[in-house]
Write a protein that binds this ligand. Structure first.
Ligand code: DX5
Ligand code: ZN
Length: 216
């Protein structure tokens, strides 16, 4: 089953709760939450208090994408404020295995993430230890960018590795996904699809339905 995870980065923050309800009403089960620190990426988004505020009102599965330096500093806080899955960038820390173990010890699912210039091979040593690999399809930091096609080749590479090892690891794509390329992402081997502007720009209901139809 493929999963669509709307990214609230593109939502109207005046009405954040309503933006969450809108996708819930379309039977969406995952919410992608982008945390940026102004160091690992140029921009700053939102953090624990916002996640906690949402957690009190929704049962959605929170897929928290940490774009922060040395994520090991904050794993406990993100687990406690309501993350169900914590994705961190392997480029952001020298303590990848330790960070994975911290997330596991807190009972949360683990995702490791790579930027467009990081090779697929970089995730191989960790595949047995994680639930998901997030292959960024744009440079992290901003919504509304165009997908970089070479990143879909990396999705295929990661999928080939997980198959070869007999692992059922989820592969997520994030950045520039839209109705015109979502089927390509699935074909490449992704089964969790993040979409920000493609969900929240325009009519949310029809956007979600069109994306789901193209995802198969
Ligand atoms: C970018 C974020 C994405 C972003 C995607 O750094 O990780 O999750 O919200 O936005 P779109 O789908 O508009 O590219
Ligand atoms: Zn993201």
């Amino acid at each position: 089953m493929n999963i669509l995870a709307p990214s609230i980065l593109s939502a109207d923050f005046w009405n954040l709760g309503e933006a969450v309800r809108q996708v819930e009403q379309e039977n969406i089960r995952w919410l992608h939450i982008d945390v940026m620190d102004g160091m690992f990426v140029p921009s700053i988004s939102y953090g624990m208090p916002v996640i906690q505020g949402l957690r009190r009102r929704t049962e959605l599965f929170f897929d928290v994408h940490l774009m922060i330096e040395r994520p090991e500093r904050y794993i406990r806080e993100f687990a406690e404020c309501g993350a169900d899955l914590i994705n961190f960038h392997i480029e952001a820390t020298e303590r990848v295995e330790e960070t994975i173990a911290m997330i596991r010890a807190l009972g949360r699912k683990v995702g490791i993430t790579i930027k467009p210039q990081t090779s697929a091979a970089a995730v191989e040593p960790y595949l047995e230890l994680v639930d998901m690999v997030l292959v960024m399809t744009v440079e992290p930091g901003f919504g509304g960018q165009r997908l970089m096609p070479h990143c879909l080749d990396k999705v295929s590479e990661v999928r080939a590795m997980t198959r070869a090892k007999g692992l059922s690891v989820d592969i997520e794509v994030d950045g520039g996904i839209c109705v015109d390329n979502v089927a390509d992402a699935v074909l490449a081997g992704a089964n969790v699809i993040v979409a920000g502007s493609a969900v929240y720009k325009g009519d949310v209901c029809s956007n979600v339905q069109t994306l789901l139809a193209k995802m198969g």
